[in-house]
Design a binder for this molecule. Structure first.
Ligand code: FE2
Length: 297
C-alpha cells in the first residue's frame, strides 16, 4: 500500500527525515484533514470558478514568482484580483506547512507553480498525451528539472466527492522494464543536431528551452507510458480515494499515477534539488544513470 496516513505532524529534523525517506521510497503521505488553513470563503469562491479553453489549459495556474494567474475564463477585475489573492495565500500557506514537515527540503527547494483544477476528471476530453486518466510519471515540457525532483502537494476541496487515483509501479520498475526497450534512453544519449542547435541558440542569448538528456527522456517517457495501451491495460494498480478536505504529498516523477475522477483540487509543486535528498540513489536520474552507465544532466 503506497499510503502513509499522518494524523499529527511532528516537526523536527529527525521526523522530517523520516517523511523525506518515505516520500523518496515512493510513499504518498496523506493528511485526512488539510494541515493548513483554507478559509471557507476562499473555498466557496473557488468552487464557482471556470477555466478557459479546457483542452489547451489543463488547469488554472498560479505563478508565485510573478504573482500571476493563467488559464481562467475572462472575469470581472474584482474577481480576477480575488482569485489571485486566494491562490497567493494558498501557495504561501501550503509552502509554510510543507517547510514545517520537510525542513531539509525547504532549505533549498524551488517554489514552482500552484494550480487549481476545477474540471471534473471523469470522462474529460483531452489529447492522448495530456490525458490524466492514463498512468504516467510527471515531466514538465517548459520547466526541465535537470535531475531535480517534482514534489507535489494536493488538496481535495470538493465538499462531497472523493478524488480518485490509480497508482502503479514506481519509476525504478518502469525504467528497468522500458528505459532501454522503448528506445528512449539510447536516443537521448546520442547528441542530436536539434540539441546542438538549441545550445547554440541559447549561447547567443535566444530564448530556447534546453533539455538535458534526462529531461528529454522524462518527457518522452511521460508520452510513451500514456500512449502504451498494452501497458495501461495490464498494469498492476491500486485505487486510492482521497476524501473531501484531505491533503496528500507525493513525488510524481516517481509514483506512476492516473486520475480517474474528482473535481476541484488545489496543488502546489516544489522542485527539490538532488543534493537535498535523503535517498539520492532512488531518484529517477540516479536510476537512469545506472542503467545508461553515463551522466544524463
Ligand atoms: Fe501527473
Amino acid at each position: 500500500m503506497p499510503l502513509t496516513t499522518i494524523e499529527a505532524i511532528r516537526s523536527d529534523d529527525v521526523a522530517g527525515l523520516t517523511y523525506c525517506r518515505a516520500l523518496e521510497a515512493g510513499q504518498i503521505l496523506l493528511f485526512p484533514r488539510a494541515p493548513f488553513e483554507l478559509p471557507a470563503g476562499d473555498r466557496a469562491f473557488l468552487l464557482t470558478r471556470r477555466q478557459a479553453g479546457a483542452g489547451y489549459h489543463k488547469n488554472i495556474a498560479y505563478r508565485p514568482q510573478r504573482d500571476r494567474v493563467t488559464g481562467v475564463v475572462k472575469q470581472a477585475a474584482d474577481d480576477a484580483d480575488r482569485l489571485r489573492h486566494i491562490l497567493r495565500d494558498y501557495s504561501r500557506r501550503v509552502a509554510g506547512f510543507a517547510a514545517t514537515l520537510l525542513p531539509t527540503y525547504a532549505r533549498a527547494w524551488r517554489l514552482d507553480f500552484a494550480s487549481f483544477r476545477p474540471q471534473e476528471e471523469a470522462g474529460r476530453s483531452l489529447p492522448p498525451h495530456a490525458r490524466n486518466d492514463r498512468l504516467h510519471v510527471d515531466a514538465f515540457p517548459t520547466r526541465p528539472s535537470g535531475g531535480d525532483r517534482i514534489l507535489r502537494v494536493f488538496t481535495n476541496i470538493n465538499p462531497t466527492a472523493d478524488r480518485v487515483w490509480l497508482t502503479g509501479d514506481n519509476f525504478e520498475r518502469l525504467a528497468e522494464r522500458f528505459a532501454l526497450s522503448s528506445g528512449l534512453l539510447p536516443a537521448v544519449q546520442r547528441p542530436s543536431l536539434a540539441r546542438r542547435l538549441r545550445r547554440l541558440a541559447r549561447s547567443l542569448g535566444l530564448p530556447v528551452t534546453v533539455r538535458s538528456p534526462y529531461d528529454s527522456f522524462m518527457m518522452g517517457f511521460h508520452h510513451f507510458l500514456k500512449g502504451n495501451l498494452e501497458y495501461q491495460q495490464a498494469a498492476q494498480t491500486e485505487r486510492l480515494a482521497f476524501p473531501p478536505a484531505s491533503t496528500w504529498l507525493v513525488f510524481t516523477d516517481m509514483v506512476s499515477h492516473a486520475v480517474l475522477s474528482g473535481q476541484y483540487a488545489l496543488e502546489q509543486t516544489f522542485i527539490v534539488p538532488r543534493e537535498s535528498l535523503a535517498l539520492p540513489e532512488k531518484a529517477p536520474i540516479a536510476i537512469l544513470e545506472r542503467i545508461a552507465g553515463a551522466k544524463l544532466a
